[in-house]
Design a protein around this ligand. Structure first.
Ligand SMILES: [Zn+2]
Length: 447
């Protein structure tokens, strides 16, 4: 009798203490990665390397987990955003001074350009009516007609592309051109078409309007940058997994670094995005290190670099895996798991495997999480890099919020109880993959 009375009590105590430890561990890692020392973890900065080493050291503390690569680090090489390498421009015979009389837009195509221009007012959609501008250089003034919707140079360039123009020259109403609106390599959709894009000052603008011809040359380039993925492995017993099948559990560790606000450098800490995801995968490593005898598949844990630069780390890993992706039966990703509100979570990648819907519909949902299912295969974070290589892949998030990509994404705002609910929910999925060896077959994306 006595035993019966005490057992539930003991069990309750165990559960509470485990929960506290889990949340404490989440908090320790999130607050460390979001602290001043890590400077917002922008890819290819010293703080980026510091973050990667910190995460590798956290994995190394877990008994049974081995670091792959160079002490857990896989070198990642990626192309950075486009920038202008060199540019020159002449109007008539006179060479213009770069950044004074003219400035090319980063979105411009590389090449040599020459001709006369056709003036098209503000270059708004109306101005294109009944004009044949194919192969022409369009000259426009900055801004828009009073009372109409504002337009960036990019908006104007998209109209010029639509008209199959060869170039767009924007007159800035100033003696000296500014960098405003020309430093971002945007230009979608249809940006596979080439277009010369530059701004000129008011004096040059007046000459072009009068019919002066110009020549210009622009070279853009994308710098090669380096960062890391952190890769760690937890093996099942050889007899349980003779073929060396793997499950990848990943999350990106990088964030945005500093942002200039009112002339001051402010850290974007990325506590939710994505220190929370990293803290989650480290706890999965700790959890499964206790369950090795039950595991039927090895787990590879990856903290991806340079996600914010365009999924660079995960794309690099998917092309240069440290264990062949033909062994990989599934990928589980976490991106922003720290801001649960009203028990809401989003699960992406339902369309990545034929068995995904029946499998998820049988998963227990003990905390009654309010789940939004994204039915597409691919989506805007690292799991897509694996899906593109034929691996069924899912991603978990506690959803976007108004502090996303701002300095307000701080540790104080993280909901650790919510992180634990997410952790518990996904544990059931990982159990299916790692312990019960559910077979998934990849499904092509709908689009
Ligand atoms: Zn993210």
């Amino acid at each position: 009798m006595r035993r019966l009375l005490f057992l539930p009590l003991l069990f309750a105590c165990y559960t509470i203490s485990t929960a506290q430890t889990l949340q404490e561990n989440f908090k320790r890692n999130v607050s460390t990665l979001a602290s001043d020392r890590f400077e917002g973890r922008e890819a290819s900065t010293p703080a980026d390397t510091l973050s990667a080493k910190y995460i590798a050291a956290e994995f190394a503390k877990i008994k049974g987990v081995q670091l792959l690569g160079d002490n857990g680090l896989q070198q990642v090489v990626y192309k950075d955003k486009k920038s202008i390498q060199s540019a020159s421009m002449k109007v008539g015979r006179k060479a213009l001074t770069l950044n004074e009389s003219f400035i090319p837009a980063v979105a411009s195509t590389s090449g040599d350009f020459s001709g006369e221009t056709i003036f098209l007012g503000f270059g708004a959609a109306d101005d294109y009516t009944n004009q044949s501008l194919e192969g022409k250089y369009i000259l426009v003034t900055e801004g828009v007609k009073k009372g109409t919707k504002s337009m960036s140079i990019n908006d104007k360039a998209l109209l010029a592309i639509k008209a199959n123009a060869a170039g767009l020259i924007v007159i800035e109403d100033a003696k000296k051109v500014s960098k405003k609106d020309v430093t971002r390599p945007t230009l979608t959709p249809a940006s596979d078409k080439s277009l010369f894009i530059a701004k000129v000052n008011s004096k040059v603008g007046a000459q072009l309007k009068k019919g002066a011809s110009f020549t210009a040359s622009v070279q853009t380039h994308m710098a090669e940058k380096h960062t890391h993925n952190v890769v760690a492995r937890l093996n099942a017993l050889k007899e349980n997994n003779p073929d060396g099948k793997t499950v990848v559990i990943g999350a990106h560790y990088d964030h945005m670094g500093y942002e200039m606000i009112d002339g001051e450098k402010v850290i974007c800490r990325g506590a939710d995005d994505n220190a929370s995801g990293i803290a989650t995968i480290i706890e999965f490593a700790r959890r499964y290190a206790q369950l090795v005898p039950a595991m039927q598949r090895d787990i590879i844990f990856i903290a991806f670099g340079a996600e914010e630069k365009g999924l660079k780390g995960s794309a690099y890993y998917a092309s240069n895996p440290l264990d062949s992706l033909s062994n990989c039966v599934g990928m589980v990703n976490f991106d922003m798991t720290g801001r649960m509100r009203a028990k809401g979570i989003t699960i992406r990648g339902l369309g990545s495997a034929h068995q995904a819907i029946p499998m998820f519909s049988l998963l227990p949902n003990k905390d009654a999480l309010d789940i939004v299912w994204e039915m597409r295969g691919a989506g805007p974070t690292d799991y897509s890099s694996f899906y593109k290589k034929g691996v069924p892949a899912f991603s978990f998030s506690t959803r976007l919020h108004s502090d996303y990509h701002t300095p307000r994404d701080t540790e104080e705002e993280v909901n650790y109880e919510g992180m634990e609910m997410m952790f518990n929910y996904v544990t059931n999925l990982i159990n299916r993959l790692v312990i019960e060896t559910v077979q998934l077959t990849v499904k092509p994306d709908r689009q």
